[in-house]
Write a protein that binds this ligand. Structure first.
Ligand code: CP
Ligand code: NVA
Length: 304
């Protein structure tokens, strides 16, 4: 059977920790300018149905640095689910390439792509989740705090794909995860239930920013309207206004709190310019770690 990386919750805590340790080792090699070529003579097909900066750049740069060749296939190249059946694309692309990374709208399309692929598929975001991002996020928290014990993460905003991957992580790693946003924008109930049933972490749904951030280690936010919802930006601006991460909120936690954002950020909407630029903002370490976390994920997929 082919291994894929589609959901964090498909892996055990030990496997995830193994990937994070490997990410730290690979990061040290990268910074030490060591030669590391596990993907020599291999190729990665990168299929994008949505725009991207970090995902495209980090996968392409990472795979190339590790000795391979990465091909960018944009929204007009493949037309996933439009030009031909996904199960056909899947088998064709995996005949040519050793690995596939895909960013798609419909999560079911990702599942189908993986089902028919003879090469490992890495999920580079769907409307439902973004597992590579949250692997990079937890690596970044680990680096900044030195441990992952007694972690409280408060997510402010829309209960979206980022939240679902955090919840899937919370079903493996113990934490107190709070999702705080306006009513009607809660995360998927089945995914919340996954955390509750796991008995590993505490999940709290909040509509009150002040109490949600009390004693938190991290305040995390994301855009209020995700890719595919940009026509809702103005309507959402009013609904989400009370959930903006600003200096006042960051200063009200009663603790030294880190600020995180998966990026791209819409400065002045979900986060102020001042918070993005503050010393407690670790958004660029987080963005850098996308590459190291993904490199470790890809190496783990070919080794197992
Ligand atoms: N965080 C993230 O996935 O960024 P891009 O959309 O730019 O790839
Ligand atoms: N929730 C955002 C994440 C971008 C990395 C989106 O899907 O657009």
């Amino acid at each position: 059977m082919v291994n894929h990386f589609l959901h964090i919750s498909d892996y055990s805590k030990e496997e995830l920790l193994g990937m994070l340790h490997l990410a730290k080792e690979i990061k040290a090699k990268f910074h030490g300018k060591e030669s590391y070529k596990p993907f020599k003579d291999r190729s990665l097909a990168m299929i994008f149905a949505k725009p991207s900066a970090r995902t495209r750049i980090s996968f392409e740069t990472g795979f190339t640095w590790m000795g391979g060749h990465a091909l960018f296939l944009g929204p007009n190249d493949i037309g996933v689910g439009k030009r031909e059946a996904i199960k056909d694309i899947s088998r064709v692309v995996s005949r040519y390439n050793d690995m596939i990374m895909a960013r798609l709208f419909d999560h079911e399309h990702m599942i189908e792509l993986a089902k028919y692929a003879d090469s490992p598929v890495v999920n580079g975001l769907t409307d439902y989740n973004h597992p590579c991002q949250i692997m990079a996020d937890i690596l970044t928290v680990w680096e900044h705090r030195g441990h992952l014990d007694d972690l409280k993460i408060t997510y402010m905003g829309d209960g979206n794909n980022i939240v679902h991957s955090w919840l899937q992580l919370a079903s493996k790693f113990p934490m107190h995860f709070v999702c705080c946003g306006p009513e009607g924008f809660e995360p998927d109930e089945t995914t919340v239930k996954m955390v509750e049933d796991s008995g590993i972490s505490t999940f709290e749904l909040s509509h009150n920013p002040k109490s949600a951030v009390n004693g938190t280690d991290v305040i995390y936010t994301d855009v209020w309207a995700s890719m595919g919802q940009k026509d809702e930006v103005e309507a959402r601006e009013k609904l989400f206004a009370d959930f903006q991460v600003n200096e006042k909120l960051m200063d009200s936690t009663g603790k030294e709190t880190l600020f995180m954002h998966c990026l791209p950020a819409e400065r002045g909407r979900e986060v102020t310019d001042g918070v993005m630029e503050a010393d407690y903002s670790i958004v660029f370490d987080e963005a850098e770690n996308r590459m190291h976390a993904q490199n470790a994920i890809m190496v783990s997929l070919i080794e197992n």
